[in-house]
Design a binder for this molecule. Sequence first.
Ligand SMILES: *Cc1c(COP(=O)(O)O)cnc(C)c1O
Length: 432
Amino acid sequence: MSTTLPGAPHLARRGASLQLDGVDLAALARDFGTPLYVYSQAAMLDALAAYERALVGRRHLVCYAMKANSSLAVLQTFARAGCGFDIVSGGELARVLAAGGDPSRVVFSGVGKTPAEMRQALTCSPTGVRCFNVESTAELDTLNAVALSLDRRAPVSLRVNPDVDAGTHPYISTGLKDNKFGVAHAQALAAYRHAASLPGLQVVGIDCHIGSQITQVAPFLDALDRLLDLVEQVEAAGIPIHHVDVGGGLGITYSDEAPPQADVLVSALLQRLDERGHGHRELLFEPGRSLVGNAGVLLTEVLVLKPGAEDGSGGKNFCIVDAAMNDMLRPAMYEAWMQIEPCVLRDAPAPVWDVVGPVCESGDWLGRERALAVQPGDVLALLSAGAYGMSMASNYNTRPRAAEVMLVKGQPYLVRQREDITSLLASDRLLG
Ligand SMILES: *Cc1c(COP(=O)(O)O)cnc(C)c1O
């Protein structure tokens, strides 16, 4: 067993028991059932504070990329802390509003915004959202038409694809020119000229988002440099750029990754901004995973142990648990490695298991080849499950989605009740 747990210091082992914010996780599983997501509000606020700490005295806005975890209590936590939001759909905008978030602190990202979503974002308040992060010239034209039909001017930023060198930074997945996101760096100036010529648009900024789970500072600095090169060209063409949005993508610790702390990353970016004479600009961030990932765990109960052939003729040992790929898609979708810890340690031999769910897919696994001393009825915790967990959950195999609990000053609050079969069937209609 590792001595420091990803999610520490909020997650810790006291004796045999795994605790989040001092609360016994096995007890929460007993009280609320499994599968169960549990979040530490303090861990989320600490993660936000690391960004804010480095930004004191600077014009800035941290916009939580809510697709990482869009539960209302999470949004409410960040809204109350003064955070903005990065949204990618009209549904996410509705969630921000339901959680008490301020639309003037919302940036709207995404490659395929519909005219209806554009209308919603322009009219959700007297001023509408803070900015549309536009990803193509065609989108500029559509947004212009929608804004004019409402007698508004839509504030826009262009998402530029900085095409940061893949050879240097192979882990970058969205900032290369061969993917669907953003406007190519070489076309960006022409796109800005086009945007500035459209009467329904108001150019306000520039943005990029180069990928996710990035564990080094260098690619962020490279991307910032590429953005600032463009800012200089665009402003020389007479189009003022007010804010620079460097996107999200800072990684977290799942196993032995050691990403920079948010304040280290931010300080490095500010230093580069200052060196290049852009220190007066408002800086926007869109962190998702790094605000919530290490703040959550997914609790699951062991249903069945299915050892391989005992005569040594082969076959794996399977530990079948009550959480599955529909609850946590990351291993199945990205082959992601997530740490699995028993909520109560057993003093017993630890055979090697594949930890899998009950869904009828071979890809339905949560962890492979894990040494665990477990018995049916034990509760396991998948660590670093606060990001891209519940927000990617589905009802595949007609499985009700998990409940969610948030710990606030050591008190558990049920912030999403477990779905039941009735609600799952509610939208279906039998033929007449
Ligand atoms: C997903 C996304 C983010 C957040 O990414 P993380 O890796 O979770 O920080 C930010 N901005 C945009 C445009 C995104 O698509």
